[in-house]
Design a protein around this ligand. Structure first.
Ligand SMILES: Cc1cc2nc3c(=O)[nH]c(=O)nc-3n(C[C@H](O)[C@H](O)[C@H](O)COP(=O)(O)OP(=O)(O)OC[C@H]3O[C@@H](n4cnc5c(N)ncnc54)[C@H](O)[C@@H]3O)c2cc1C
Length: 273
């Protein structure tokens, strides 16, 4: 059977096609799907694209930010109200990739890809998923990533999160060998509410340190309720490797990733990147 492309006018229609045909696959920006097609890994079945304008909508004027899953990373970079996400968006590929790559596709990109998702995890984003004809359901990012690791693939229609109270509360760092377009050795995102006083409910996320982006719970515990001083940063650094299981790939060995993670985490916490 040849590869078939179907266009869905609404997100509900796309979800319906995916629910009825287990072999059907959504194509968003296509930077990964088309690579599979061009390199012969995907030769038959149905690709579904979403034409619904809501799929590409950005709502960023208030404290609640919502990004349609089809929003490209270039569109994120073009929106001033999304400055908090600009370092993470800019870290993905080069301009040609960012013009096509979408927020939704990044949620499914396998490690060491998924840099933008790391930022969304630290921001405690909710993922809006649609399983068929019906209402979309909000799933916490960690739960979504666990389901993805089990191979579940449902239509993501949007993500939303609450804007950090101060831009200084959120930091993102990607470490790569080739700049500016290299693949991640690792990425780190930290959201430290109250970072200029006492930190309340730190959220720290890593990319390329496990099969999916993960929370760094040991680091979060080390920072919660403390001022971001040298002692707190040292405690965070000591806890940096708790729960990590990085892979060895063409970019770095698991040993190297473990060696450099605490160094980059401490630098990110200590000041501007
Ligand atoms: C040269 C190159 C460099 C790259 N560099 C980086 C990088 O530095 N960092 C990085 O993170 N990534 C990188 N990538 C990977 C990729 O471009 C990005 O992760 C991008 O965000 C994927 O989005 P997409 O819309 O192109 O996904 P697609 O290719 O359209 O889809 C990818 C997967 O996600 C599924 N999917 C997409 N959208 C949805 C949805 N709404 N609901 C359900 N399933 C969906 C698709 O079915 C498919 O399985 C790179 C890729 C290339 C080719």
């Amino acid at each position: 059977m040849p590869l078939d492309l179907r266009s869905a006018a609404t997100m509900a229609e796309a979800a319906g096609i995916l629910a009825a045909d287990r072999g059907a696959r959504l194509i968003s920006g296509g930077t990964l799907v088309m690579r599979d097609v061009n390199e012969g890994r995907l030769t038959d079945g149905t690709l579904v694209r979403v034409l619904d304008p809501a799929y590409r909508q950005i709502q960023a004027s208030g404290s609640r930010i919502e990004l349609g899953a089809g929003v490209t990373l270039a569109a994120v970079l073009a929106e001033r109200e999304l400055a908090v996400l600009h370092p993470a968006a800019r870290s993905v590929g080069g301009p040609a990739i960012r013009n096509m790559a979408t927020v939704g596709g990044n949620l499914f990109a396998e490690t060491p890809y998924g840099d933008f998702t790391v930022a969304l995890l630290a921001l405690d984003a909710q993922v809006m998923v649609l399983a068929g004809y019906g209402a979309a359901r909000a799933v916490p990012m960690e739960e979504f990533l666990a389901a993805r690791a089990r191979g579940e693939q449902r239509l993501v229609v949007a993500v939303h999160f609450t804007r950090p109270q101060s831009p200084a509360d959120f930091r993102f760092k990607k470490v790569s060998r080739v700049k500016p377009k290299g693949v991640s050795i690792l990425s780190i995102a930290v959201h430290l509410p109250g970072s200029t006083g006492r930190i309340g409910q730190a959220r720290v996320a890593y990319g390329a340190m496990a099969a999916t982006p993960i929370r760094a719970r040991g680091v979060e515990r080390a920072l919660d309720g403390r001022a971001l001083d040298a002692a707190a940063i040292a405690a965070a650094r000591n806890a940096a490797l708790e729960g990590v299981s990085p892979a060895t790939d063409a970019v770095a060995s698991d040993w190297y990733r473990r060696e450099v993670l605490p160094v980059h985490l401490a630098r990110l916490l200590a000041g501007p990147v």
